[in-house]
Structures are given as structure tokens and as C-alpha cells.
Design a protein around this ligand. Structure first.
Ligand SMILES: [Zn+2]
Length: 314
């Protein structure tokens, strides 16, 4: 099916508007009914454009048929500006598969490969995707941390601004994910005052004016969830995210898509741990999953309103 049959849009128009009006479109990851419900509810409540991000492992977890059912169940309308996006696609085949399924946007992440191999693969994906009116994001630079079994790295390297300009020109992609000091997972820093490299971002903006940039690994890991998790049996003692003030600053730059995954995972886990431990007699999963949806919706609304500033943009 084509993405327009589901009422989805690609990310070109939404990112162009975010770029022109100095805000960021949130990309939240979903992998089941509960995460999807929370994200969609929050986006509709705040009248925000939204990118529904699905990783390859999340696609595997849901299975194509169930995922198609969820995509249909959203009942999206183009006026709502909802995109569905493959997060960290690793191969041309993975991107083709997502596009054929009805995705409106894909990311090809060949950032671990050599510069020339990254260019070649990203260009091939862009050619295929553009034939289907699907937008393409690629990545240059390496983020450390663990997102899932497919996306992990123990080292990092910042994006080289000159290479970024050359890369965009050579590939024909629509947006570029850059590395300026964020990382995947809930352990992003040793202390809360670690700084993102705005100087590098600035240099990239100079070389690529009016081009949408993307920031991954940008959860701020709210302490309230860490506290709940640890109070109710968890052991996430060194969890630490990106300082919110810096993320607010990021949203005003040419970074117009900000990815958030860990914050929803933490909200989900905090809710389930709290409810199960507070009431040992509970055995109906809907009792704690309802709470999980509520916590996740709340964090999405908060981030849309305070961090991305994408509220009331549609
Ligand atoms: Zn990522």
C-alpha cells in the first residue's frame, strides 16, 4: 500500500515548516498498541505534527500484519501531519520493505561504514524512496550508547561540517542526522552539565543553510521516572539525559526533528513498576497498561509543549 492510503504524509513539508519557524518535530518510537496510543493521543491533544518512528527490531517485534493493523487503526488524515518513519534502517532492502509496507519516510543509517560506502548506500535509498515520494534521512558521525540490538556503539565521533555538506550534495537525501554529543539509551552523561557541541552545529548550519538536521539520542531522562523506577525495585542509578535547557536551544536551530525513545520507555516502566508493587493483588494487565499509557501521554505532551515547541503548529 502507499502511505497516502493510510493518511500519512512524508516529512518534507513538516520539516520545512519547523526550519522556517524555529521549532522541532518530535519523532517518538512506538512498538505496540500502548506506545502508539500515547503518542497519537498527545499529538492530537496538542495539535502537533508528529513522526511515528519504528526501528527494524520493533517491526520484527510487531510483525508486518500487526503493524499494518496499527497503521490502519490510527485513521490518520493528511491535515494532521502524521508521518511514519523507519528508524535506523540498515540496508536498502530494509528501507524498500518499509516503503512497500506504507511508510512515508525512512532513515538509512550507514554511519558505521566508510564515508564513500555511506554515500553510496544513502544515495541508492534516496533514489528508490523518491520514486515513491518517501522522504529520506541519513546519518553522518557516530552516536555512542545502545538503542536496541541493531543500534549500539561504544565509541562516538562528531560530524565533520565539511563532510556533511559534501555528503548531502552527493546523496540527495532530505534530512541529515548529526552527532554533536548526544547518545542512545538512558546513560547519556557522567554529569548533567555536559555540553552539546553547538559550535559544530553552527559550522554545519553555515555550510548547509536551510537544510533540515536531525538529532538522535535526545531524551532528557526525567528524574521523576528514575526515582519511581528505583523506589519500586529498579536499579537505574546512573541514568542521566540531555539537559532540557540545551534541548530547548537545539529546537530553535536547523535541527528540526528530535528523536525521543528512552523517555517513553522510562515512563512505561515507571508506571508498571509502581502499580504492580503498590497493589500486589492486581492481575489484569489493563490496570497497569492504562497507567503506562497515561504516563507516556503526559511526557509526550510535555516534550511537545516545552522542548520541541511544536504545539499548535497544525
Ligand atoms: Zn537513533
Amino acid at each position: 500500500m502507499k502511505f497516502s492510503d493510510f493518511g500519512f504524509v512524508n516529512t518534507n513539508e513538516m520539516l520545512a515548516d519547523a526550519l522556517a519557524n524555529k521549532y522541532a518535530v518530535p519523532a517518538f518510537n512506538f512498538y505496540n498498541f500502548e506506545t502508539l496510543t500515547a503518542i497519537i493521543t498527545a499529538a492530537r491533544k496538542t495539535h502537533s505534527p508528529v513522526i511515528l518512528a519504528v526501528s527494524e527490531s520493533a517491526m520484527k517485534y510487531m510483525g508486518d500484519d500487526m503493524l499494518l493493523g496499527l497503521m490502519t487503526g490510527i485513521c490518520a488524515s493528511p491535515a494532521e501531519q502524521i508521518a511514519i518513519h523507519l528508524d535506523h534502517g540498515r540496508t536498502l532492502d530494509a528501507c524498500k520493505h518499509a516503503i512497500d509496507l506504507g511508510f512515508s519516510s525512512v532513515m538509512i543509517d550507514a554511519s558505521a561504514k566508510s564515508f564513500n560506502e555511506n554515500i553510496k548506500l544513502s544515495r541508492d535509498v534516496a533514489k528508490y524512496a523518491h520514486r515513491h515520494n518517501v522522504s529520506v534521512e541519513a546519518e553522518l558521525g557516530i552516536l555512542s550508547g545502545i538503542e536496541d540490538e541493531n543500534t549500539k556503539s561504544s565509541n562516538s565521533s562528531y560530524t565533520d561540517p565539511d563532510a556533511a555538506a559534501k555528503f548531502v550534495d552527493a546523496t540527495g537525501i532530505d534530512s541529515l542526522a548529526i552527532a554533536i554529543g548526544t547518545s542512545h539509551g538512558p546513560y547519556k552523561c557522567k554529569s548533567a552539565d555536559e555540553k552539546l557541541r553547538f559550535d559544530i552545529l553552527n559550522e554545519i548550519e553555515k555550510r548547509l543553510p536551510d537544510f533540515p538536521l536531525v538529532l538522535h539520542g535526545a531524551s532528557n531522562v526525567p528524574q521523576e521516572f528514575i526515582d519511581i523506577i528505583n523506589t519500586y525495585g529498579g536499579k537505574l542509578h546512573d541514568a542521566c539525559g540531555i539537559d532540557e535547557k540545551q534541548l530547548k536551544r537545539v529546537a530553535k536551530t536547523n535541527i528540526c526533528k528530535i528523536n525521543v525513545d528512552s523517555d517513553l520507555r522510562l515512563a512505561f516502566t515507571a508506571a508498571v513498576r509502581k502499580v504492580l508493587q503498590s497493589d500486589p493483588y492486581i492481575f489484569n494487565p489493563r490496570d497497569y497498561l492504562t497507567k503506562a499509557i497515561k504516563y507516556m501521554t503526559k511526557i509526550c505532551v510535555y516534550e511537545i509543549t516545552n522542548k520541541m515547541k511544536s504545539k499548535n503548529k497544525i
